[in-house]
Design a binder for this molecule. Structure first.
Ligand SMILES: O=C(O)CCC(=O)C(=O)O
Ligand SMILES: [Fe+2]
Length: 300
């Protein structure tokens, strides 16, 4: 909480109306509560009475932006929302862990080896070999060019239900133990991807936009022909850092080998990337395949 007197000395409040400007504003790390903003405004000689001030707010990532209108002038302020680390993640680790990393760098993930039985894996292959024409180029949610190159498609219903059930099978014991409903498991999203020669996915996280904000776990199931027909394609998980109220990639990272028939689970807000793939044959069936997606928290 900032003292009004120190803000008045150090800070020249200006009307701001563009998101970009709001962002710059937040970088100054001047965080006001609504009450402080009203007090600040009222210290201006020409400020209308409090009853005529109107306010509204919206949330972006872990920042709460609010606006107060006085006549034709709009004032913005921002406030950091405390970041909640899900204390049950360690519990999930206990249930999922065949292998887990809590070491250095400080990155949590869970990996299950031999995730699918040989029969289920064969079913997946049988589907894939008929489905080449259903794969489309993937786009990054921010619409940026050159951010991501891969092919993807929606899973057929039987693959969706079998794999989501298997994932839920690992998570349900935890869901039952969760102390409140806001941490119950909601929707499971799923896609099938193929990364071939020259494909990659640059650094991103999976829940940084309003429509993805309820994703809390990311899972990636890897499978490919034997012997392994490509090189590269490691999943690089970055240590989490917070800068100016935003999640950013820390300096340290861990590269995870996309092992055949393994499932990786990690928190969706981690920054991560897929390193470039080299696949000399360039044949579709030699791609680095995944069934991957996101587990959302249920919302009441
Ligand atoms: O393929 C992978 O290893 C990760 C894919 C990914 O990050 C995503 O689809 O959001
Ligand atoms: Fe991702």
């Amino acid at each position: 909480m900032h003292k009004l007197s120190s803000i008045l000395v150090n800070f020249d409040l200006k009307p701001l109306n563009l998101i970009k400007t709001i962002y710059d504003f937040s970088r100054q790390e001047v965080l006001l509560t609504e009450t402080e903003l009203f007090q600040l405004l009222q210290s201006f000689e020409d400020c209308p009475p409090r009853e005529s001030l109107q306010s509204s707010s919206f949330q972006w990532r872990n920042l709460l932006f609010s606006q107060v209108s006085a006549g034709n002038t709009t004032y913005w302020y921002s406030q950091q929302i405390p970041i909640q680390i899900n204390s049950n993640l360690s519990g999930i680790a206990n249930h999922l862990a065949v292998e887990s990393s809590t070491g250095k760098p400080d990155i949590l993930y869970w990996r299950i080896l031999d995730f699918l039985s040989p029969e289920k894996l064969q079913q997946l292959w049988n589907y894939l070999l008929t489905a080449r024409s259903q794969f489309n180029p993937a786009h990054n949610s921010a619409g940026l060019n050159n951010y991501r190159q891969s092919l993807f498609t929606a899973p057929p219903p039987e693959i969706y239900s079998e794999i989501s059930e298997k994932i839920l099978g690992a998570l349900i014991p935890i869901a039952d133990e969760l102390p409140n409903s806001s941490q119950e498991i909601g929707e499971i999203e799923m896609q099938i991807t193929a990364h071939n020669d020259g494909h990659y996915y640059k650094i991103h996280n999976d829940n940084g936009s309003p429509d993805t904000a309820t994703r809390f776990l990311t899972y990636v199931y890897y499978f490919y022909r034997q012997p392994k027909p490509f090189t590269g394609g490691e999943l690089r998980l970055y240590e989490l850092a917070i800068k100016d109220g935003f999640y950013v990639a820390g300096d340290r990272y861990q590269d995870i080998e996309p092992l055949h028939n393994s499932l990786i689970v990690f928190p969706s807000h981690y920054m991560h990337e897929v390193l470039p793939i080299r696949c000399p044959s360039q044949r579709f069936e030699d791609s680095r395949f995944t069934v991957n997606g996101w587990i959302r928290v249920a919302i009441d």
